[in-house]
Design a protein around this ligand. Structure first.
Ligand code: ATP
Ligand code: LTN
Length: 331
C-alpha cells in the first residue's frame, strides 16, 4: 500500500478552503493509501499565538479531522509535538537547506513584502521543519493545496541532496494537488485565497460557522455584472469560485453541468443552491463534531496515533544521525 502524509496547521479555525483543498481529500484517500495525518502545532507558533486560543484550535482541529471522516483505525492521527523526532530532524534538515532556498519561499517573502514586522526565525526556517515532517515517514505522496507545492518541492530538493551526500536516506515524495478545489478563493475578494487570516471575516466560511452565518456569507459573495453562471476564473473569478465550491462538494460535478443547470437564471438562484450544498455539508460535519467532542475519544486517538508515528519516526531519525556521523555509540 502506498503511503500518504499531510499536516494541517490550525493557527485559527479550520475553514471551507482547508476542507475542500485538504481534509476531504485525506478522507477519500484513507481507503486506498496508508494515511498519516498530523496537526502541525510546531508550525502554529511561527507566528504569535494566544495560548488559550491555540489550545482550543488544536482540540477543534482533531475533532474536525474525525468529524470530516478520518478514521483512526485507518489513518494515523497525531499531534506533531507528541513525536519529538520531528523537531530534531527539523534541525538537521535546516542545516542542509540553503538560505537562498528559504529566501525564495513565497510565504515568508509575502509577509516581508507586506511590511510585517518582527517576523520570527521559525517562520523563515519552517519549510525545513516541514521537510522533516514529511521525510521522516518516507511517504509516496503529500496531498496539499496549491500554496504548499513549493514547500514539497523544496523537501524533494533537500532529500535528493542528502541522499547524494550520505547514501539512500529518504524516499522522494510527490506532491498531490487536487484538480478542483486546490485554491478556494475568498468570497469577498476572489483574487485572494480563502484564509483564516481574512480579517473582515466575510470571505471565509469556517467549518464551525452556524448555518445562518455561512448562508449569509455565500449570499453576499462578490460576483460580477455579467449575470451568467460560467466557469471562467479569469473574467468571472467570484462565480467560478462558487462553482468550484459547489462542484467539489458534489462529487466533482462537471462545470458544464452546473452551467447548464443555471443557464438563464440569476445569481440569486445560483447562490442559494451553492448555500444549500455548503450548509448540508457543514450540518453533517457539525453534528459529528459534537458527537466526537462529547465522546471524549480525542485523547485516546492522539495517544495511539503518536505511538504508531513514533515507531516509524524514531528508526528514521537514528538512521539519519548515524549516516551523518552524529552518533558515537553502536546502539
Ligand atoms: P491559511 O492561509 O488559512 O492560514 P494555511 O494554508 O496557512 O491556511 P493550513 O490550515 O495548514 O494553513 O492548511 C491546511 C491545508 O489546507 C493545506 O494543504 C493547504 O494547502 C490547504 N488550504 C488552505 N487554504 C486553502 C484554500 N483556500 N483552498 C484550498 N486549499 C487550502
Ligand atoms: N506547511 C503546511 C502545514 C504542514 C504540512 C507538513 C503539510 C506542516 N508540515 C507536512 C504537509 C506535509 C501549511 O502551512 N499548510
Amino acid at each position: 500500500m502506498k503511503r500518504m502524509l499531510s499536516g494541517i496547521k490550525p493557527t485559527g479555525q479550520l475553514h471551507l478552503g482547508n476542507y475542500i483543498g485538504a481534509l476531504s481529500k485525506f478522507v477519500s484517500y484513507q481507503d486506498e493509501y496508508e494515511m498519516i495525518a498530523f496537526i502541525a502545532n510546531l508550525h502554529c507558533i511561527t507566528v504569535p499565538q494566544d495560548p488559550q486560543e491555540l489550545k482550543k484550535n488544536l482540540h477543534d482541529c482533531v475533532a474536525l479531522y474525525l468529524a470530516c471522516g478520518l478514521d483512526p483505525k485507518k489513518a494515523t492521527i497525531f499531534l506533531q509535538t507528541d513525536v519529538k523526532e520531528h523537531a530534531q530532524l527539523g534541525y538537521i534538515m535546516c542545516c542542509h537547506t540553503y538560505m537562498g532556498e528559504l529566501n525564495r519561499m513565497t510565504q515568508f517573502k509575502d509577509k516581508q513584502a507586506n511590511g510585517e514586522k518582527n517576523l520570527s526565525g521559525g517562520l523563515y526556517t519552517y519549510p525545513a521543519l516541514m521537510a522533516a515532517d514529511i521525510l521522516i515517514y518516507d511517504p509516496d505522496y503529500v496531498p496539499v493545496g496549491e500554496d504548499q507545492k513549493q514547500h514539497v518541492e523544496l523537501t524533494r530538493d533537500v532529500a535528493i541532496r542528502m541522499n547524494h551526500r550520505y547514501g539512500n536516506l529518504f524516499k522522494i515524495p510527490e506532491p498531490l494537488i487536487p484538480k478542483v478545489g486546490a485554491r478556494i478563493m475568498s468570497l469577498s475578494d476572489p483574487s485572494k485565497k480563502m484564509s483564516k487570516s481574512d480579517l473582515t471575516n466575510k470571505g471565509c466560511i469556517y467549518l464551525l460557522d452556524d448555518l445562518k452565518t455561512a448562508r449569509k456569507k455565500i449570499m453576499s459573495a462578490k460576483t460580477d455584472s455579467l449575470g451568467i453562471v460560467k466557469y471562467d476564473p479569469e473574467n468571472q473569478p467570484g462565480v467560478s469560485n462558487l462553482m468550484q465550491i459547489m462542484s467539489s462538494l458534489s462529487g466533482n460535478r462537471p462545470m458544464a453541468e452546473i452551467e447548464q443547470e443555471f443557464a438563464g437564471r440569476g445569481y440569486g438562484d445560483f447562490k442559494r443552491a451553492v448555500a444549500d450544498v455548503v450548509c448540508a455539508e457543514l450540518e453533517k460535519i457539525q453534528a459529528r463534531y459534537q458527537e466526537i467532542v462529547d465522546s471524549g475519544m480525542i485523547d485516546d486517538v492522539l495517544r495511539e496515533g503518536a505511538e504508531k508515528a513514533r515507531s516509524m519516526a524514531a528508526p528514521k531519525l537514528d538512521l539519519v544521525q548515524k549516516a551523518i556521523g552524529m552518533e558515537i555509540t553502536a546502539h
